[in-house]
Ligand binder design. Structure first.
Ligand SMILES: O=P(O)(O)OC[C@H]1O[C@H](O[C@H]2O[C@H](CO)[C@@H](O)[C@H](O)[C@H]2O)[C@H](O)[C@@H](O)[C@@H]1O
Length: 266
């Protein structure tokens, strides 16, 4: 069964049915900065967070691009940095995890918190809900918590109500991604992560691109637009702040790999 959070269509949003063009080839110039989402962008969505298949070529592709961009590349994910490292190995690349809560400017730069930890009791409350509803998967992260209902679609509405109640009571933000509901601290999102990177030497003055598939990437699409850049939506067309669209994960890999074939641009 397809959940609307997996493929939120234009019709569901009542938006104009106009597709976005493909992005032009990625040109690596001193003004190029690249932000990449992970799930649904660099790896296909799988039934379980641990079941994603990382293409053998992916870690080397990311590192090669980061080198060609002189470090102006960052992964910006809802996952924890620990989960990204478990899947990709230890990469010499900037990253933000937990929807902007964890921030690592460069591999040797240490991890900085961009958010406060969740208040006590939130993970327990969601775990209690998960147990009482057939054992939904709870994924605690350093600065957020996700509850996956992919295998328990009947629990979706009650989960949304439970998470909304906790968010209101504790001043948290709720995110509804692909068959997942997450609670994060206010101000912690992918847009704030992009803005933090854009303050760093190297990123300042660049025209950033953000490639992402999920509604949680919309904050980042809006953020790159504020810096004169562009968002690239991955997957089916839907209402979005992105300006270009790539069909799927395979198209993202091709678009990225093609940039390495190009000569450097001044
Ligand atoms: O920001 P992202 O890098 O796209 O991460 C978003 C969430 O991705 C993971 O969940 C999603 O992918 C799983 C594997 O394909 C899938 O089973 C799940 O239904 C999706 O919601 C991850 O587990 C979350 O922590 C991330 O926030």
């Amino acid at each position: 069964m397809t959940d609307p959070s997996d493929t939120t269509s234009l019709a569901e949003h009542g938006a104009e049915k106009r597709d976005l063009p493909q992005p032009p080839p990625l040109r690596i110039t001193p003004r190029t900065a690249l932000f990449l989402d992970f799930d649904g962008t660099l790896v296909d969505i799988a039934d379980h967070p641990d079941a994603v298949v990382v293409a053998r070529s992916l870690p080397a592709l990311i590192e090669a691009l980061a080198r060609r961009l002189d470090g102006r590349l960052a992964l910006v994910s809802g996952r924890s940095l620990g989960a990204l490292e478990a899947l990709l190995g230890s990469l010499d690349v900037a990253m933000a995890g937990s929807h902007g809560g964890e921030f690592r400017p460069a591999a040797d730069g240490g991890i900085h918190a961009l958010a406060d930890p969740l208040p006590d009791g939130i993970v327990d409350a969601l775990s209690g809900f998960a147990q009482a509803n057939g054992g939904l998967l709870v994924e605690p992260k350093p600065f957020s918590v996700a509850v996956h209902y992919r295998h328990h679609p009947h629990a979706r509405d009650d989960l949304l109500a439970c998470a909304e109640g906790l968010a209101t009571a504790h001043g948290l933000k709720m995110k509804h991604g692909k068959q997942v509901v997450e609670l994060v601290m206010p101000g912690s999102d992918k847009g704030s992560a992009v803005a933090s990177f854009m303050e760093l030497d190297g990123f300042i003055g660049t025209q950033p691109l953000f490639v992402g598939d999920d509604v949680t990437d919309e904050d980042a699409f809006r953020a790159v637009a504020r810096f004169g850049g562009n968002g690239i939506l991955v997957g089916p067309m839907r209402a979005t702040a992105a300006t270009w669209r790539l069909a799927d994960v395979a198209a993202v890999h091709e678009w990225l790999a093609a940039a390495l074939e190009e000569k450097a641009h001044p």
